[in-house]
Design a protein around this ligand. Structure first.
Ligand code: GLN
Length: 509
């Protein structure tokens, strides 16, 4: 009987590859077929690179046949969010303005994945310039949640999360500025990790808000995320904010957690992130997960972080401010689109204005205007300056919390996946999806989202675990422990029962 290779975890794929029970070419082909079968319905990918993926797979198989030493994930395929530079392959950021931009270099995370022998299946869909929580702001049409095609897969990295949830890829790379790895993970029933700021090089990541952006793993299990973390993490001289210290022991910590012992681990429930605005179905699963932590021997207490009431407002000043200046480089001269003005003189200014008008979507324009305003003379102190003060308060609240606990927990997202179209014209409602994820970015700390079951509506819920900066291992350990118990309790429903997405179901998009 042939097994369905796409249903294995990345760790299982790696061990079958190492034992030469399967080949990288077979494994890559199985995923390309799955993409062919379901991606008309899901639209996780903006581009699929079948030939290059198979060529990479062949090289790994040949190297293995020659007996060369290979990395742990050699031959395991991966998908890459379309804001990471890939040499020779268009990198659009979900935007018309970069539609035809083909980078001449690889992002460091991409280069490390290639060097580890991981075939790259393609580039995944995202909200334009990573601004959004639903992928509906992609210029190339939304991604659909594999659990219910009428619902959003989260954002901005909905493509990477949906690809993993729909078994189109076992692993993917994402980026998280305010929650874009963790929130999509929560609403698609997958695992997503935002590492400590600086733990993974940002070189080659198209910048949105440089002080908040972080690249990280998307996967179906905690161990798989840890394996990928160890491939992409570590110091990089090309990123001046890269931490110069060894990669976190993510794999060891995940395994320790999976063994099920949390005795002596001190866990803080974030008091501010569980009441108003959180759905009943989410809170029920959350309560159950807290029970699991206690059963495993953890000491659980409630911790207050009063500044968290201001983080959404602070984020939506800091992020647009940094984005407005980062996006100034799209000036029609250096990258991508160049649009002539309709009528009137053709000058540098009019070409730039016409190009930005045609190339940016409404959410990007909204944030560029907001950020430019917040940074303008006379308003700088009142808006940007105040937001930065909130950032300091967050750090102080967290420093006080770490005196008492090792990790903090909350639901990852206040609701399950909402319907496509439901919030796209209501930016404030959309922004609320990130209430629980934003504090980690403001403070630079690591965070994970791990599936903890289905709400009454049959849709997945995620638990967020946060740890102090540089203590990424903790999030893997605690999430691994919760996962081991709850995956078992749900009888595999968390991993196996995403609806079958045949081509026949490929509705409109
Ligand atoms: N959804 C958030 C936003 O719209 C976070 C985005 C992200 O993490 N890239 O800004």
């Amino acid at each position: 009987m042939s097994q369905d290779l796409t249903r294995l975890t990345a760790a299982e794929m790696a061990s079958q590859l190492a034992a030469k029970q399967i080949s990288a070419v077979e494994l890559t082909q199985a995923h390309l077929q799955r993409i062919d079968h379901v991606d008309d319905a899901v639209h996780a990918f903006l581009q699929v690179g079948a030939d290059s993926a198979l060529a990479q797979a062949r090289q790994v198989d040949e190297a293995r046949a020659r007996g060369e030493a290979l990395g742990r994930l050699a031959g395991v395929p991966i998908a890459v969010k379309d804001l990471l530079a890939t040499r020779g392959v268009a990198t659009t950021c979900g935007s018309r303005i970069l539609e035809n931009w083909v980078p001449v270099y690889d992002a460091t995370a991409v280069r490390r994945v290639r060097e580890a022998g991981m075939p790259i299946l393609g580039k995944t869909n995202m909200d334009e310039f990573a601004m959004g929580s639903s992928t509906e702001h992609s210029a190339f049409g939304p991604t659909h949640n594999p659990w219910d095609l009428d619902r959003i897969p989260g954002g901005s990295g909905g493509g990477s999360a949906a690809a993993v949830a729909a078994f189109e890829a076992p692993l993917a790379l994402g980026s998280d500025t305010g929650g874009s790895i963790r929130q999509p993970a929560a609403v698609t029933g997958t695992v997503g990790v935002k590492p400590t700021y600086g733990a993974v090089s940002r070189y080659g990541l198209v910048a949105m808000a440089s002080s908040l952006d972080q690249i990280g793993p998307c996967s179906r299990t905690v161990l798989d995320a840890a394996l990928l973390h160890e491939v992409i993490g570590g110091h990089d001289p090309f990123d001046s904010t890269s931490l110069d210290e060894p990669v976190a022991h993510a794999v060891d910590q995940a395994r320790q957690g999976m063994a099920g012992d949390l005795h002596g681990v001190r866990i803080g429930i974030i008091g501010e992130l569980r009441g108003d605005g959180f759905d009943r179905g989410v809170l029920d699963r959350y309560a159950e997960a807290l029970g699991v932590l206690e059963d495993l021997g953890a000491e659980v207490q409630t911790v207050s972080c009063p500044s968290f009431g201001f983080t959404l407002a602070a984020y939506y000043l800091i992020m647009p401010s940094e984005a407005s200046s980062n996006l100034a480089r799209f000036d029609a001269m250096r990258y991508g689109l160049r649009q002539a003005p309709e009528g009137g003189p053709v000058t540098v200014e009019t070409v730039m204005a016409a190009t930005r008008e045609a190339g940016f979507g409404p959410e990007v324009k909204r944030r560029v205007i907001l950020g430019t305003y917040a940074l303008s003379a006379g308003y700088y102190d009142a808006y940007y300056g105040s937001a930065q003060k909130v950032r300091t308060l967050v750090q102080e609240d967290l420093a006080a919390a770490w005196e008492k606990v090792d990790v903090l927990v909350s639901p990852t997202c206040p609701t399950t996946a909402f319907r496509l179209g439901e919030r796209v014209d209501d930016p404030l409602a959309m922004y609320l999806s990130d209430t629980a994820t934003i504090p980690a970015n403001l403070a630079g700390i690591p965070g994970i989202s791990v599936p903890i079951g289905l709400a009454g509506d049959g849709l997945p819920v995620g638990l967020q675990v946060l740890a102090p900066a540089r203590a990424d291992g903790w999030v893997y350990r605690v999430a691994g422990a919760v996962e081991a118990v709850l995956t078992d309790r749900w009888g595999g429903a968390l991993l196996e029962q995403a609806p079958d997405l045949g081509k026949q179901q490929g509705g409109e998009r």
